[in-house]
Design a protein around this ligand. Sequence first.
Ligand SMILES: CC(=O)SCCNC(=O)CCNC(=O)[C@H](O)C(C)(C)COP(=O)(O)OP(=O)(O)OC[C@H]1O[C@@H](n2cnc3c(N)ncnc32)[C@H](O)[C@@H]1OP(=O)(O)O
Ligand SMILES: O=C([O-])CC(=O)C(=O)O
Length: 389
Amino acid sequence: MRESDYVPGLENVIASETSISYLDVENEQIIIRGYDLMELARQAGYLEVAGLLLDGSLPGVDEKEALEERLKAEYGMNDAIYRLLALLPKDANMMDVLRTGISSLSSYDPELDDRSREANRRKAVRLLAKVPQLCANGYRIVTGHEPLAPRADLPYSAGFLYLLTGREPSELEARLFDQSLIAYSEHEMPNSTFAARVIASTHSDVYGALSGGVASLKGTLHGGANEAVMDMLLEAETEAGMETLVRSKLAAKERIMGFGHRVYMKKPDPRALLMKEALAELSAERGDDRLLRMCVVGETIVASEKKLFPNLDYYAAPVYHLLGIPTPLFTPVFFAARTAGLCAHVMEQHENNRLFRPRVRYTGPRGLRVGRGAEREADPNGGNEQENG
Ligand SMILES: CC(=O)SCCNC(=O)CCNC(=O)[C@H](O)C(C)(C)COP(=O)(O)OP(=O)(O)OC[C@H]1O[C@@H](n2cnc3c(N)ncnc32)[C@H](O)[C@@H]1OP(=O)(O)O
Ligand SMILES: O=C([O-])CC(=O)C(=O)O
């Protein structure tokens, strides 16, 4: 590798081998362990996809039930974790709350330092059970409310939505939310997955790797965009407002949140279309398609002015809004869905590890000497120690 091979942002650089997922942009497919993510979203459930990600094959009916049972057996949360979250300020960012929660879970895991596949798989199940509670109850606790008890009588994603909204979802709401979790479940090598794999490559544990993943996903260039999209829609209020807002942002050379993607820059994100359909379905059921119409206005303007397509965050945001999820929880929900994919990546990294330790192209000075700054200033030749060594 020569210094001239440096690629800013590692764009298109192959950073890892994986059998978990691949973005086949040419064919507009997101391949998840051999399956098309869109087909999974339409025909399978989130827990089946989680099983597929963790175990490499789509679980049958019995296996899926066993996974759900094991997961619900892990619903209990140590009180100390909620007490810790209660110490955080009312206006804490919910991704920071989630990061603190996930990080503190590590201290209560009896298998923390066991990196075997079996132990990592058990930890993944624990995380799938507890991360939704950390998201929803973390928000309740920080904003001064009592946490809700998880509902083991509801299917996994319906139970998650119940925790987020405080009411039992309708069949349609539960189905569309489950679909959104699948859409967010895994996506090859985004910044957060790379961060988690880099951490795991030091033999660090899954909780540390996922805490790093939360920190990465918080940024608005990544998962944080779904909340920024909702803020934009709420500010715009109407189709005319959306047109004015988007055009003024473009004129000011601001980025429009929910558009563009490092890998899909010239092709649509298939997940955005899935969530656009979900938004249409929810809007029809509610008899109010204002948000859908506003989104279409934004999509049309950005396509014609910037030739950019919407990404998943653009259409997931109004769907989550209509489902009654508070905006500060949009990115935590994204992370909760991604827990399955991230755990699969940490397991794969641990099983076939090589420490990540790249090199740099150095652009700083050389040859400076401690305590010689003043001498250099006084030096009539301008101080050329660098060349003279
Ligand atoms: C589920 C997810 O995490 S998907 C990503 C969610 N993030 C967002 O939606 C944030 C908005 N989007 C962006 O900022 C970018 O598209 C990113 C960060 C996602 C990808 O960016 P990169 O691959 O680094 O592309 P880069 O920043 O080089 O942009 C390329 C060009 O497209 C423009 N561009 C990219 N995205 C946008 C955008 N959302 N709005 C306006 N212009 C944009 C850039 O200004 C740049 O134009 P230029 O060449 O004239 O300067
Ligand atoms: O792939 C990316 O860079 C970001 C993304 O869409 C995701 O993580 O879902």
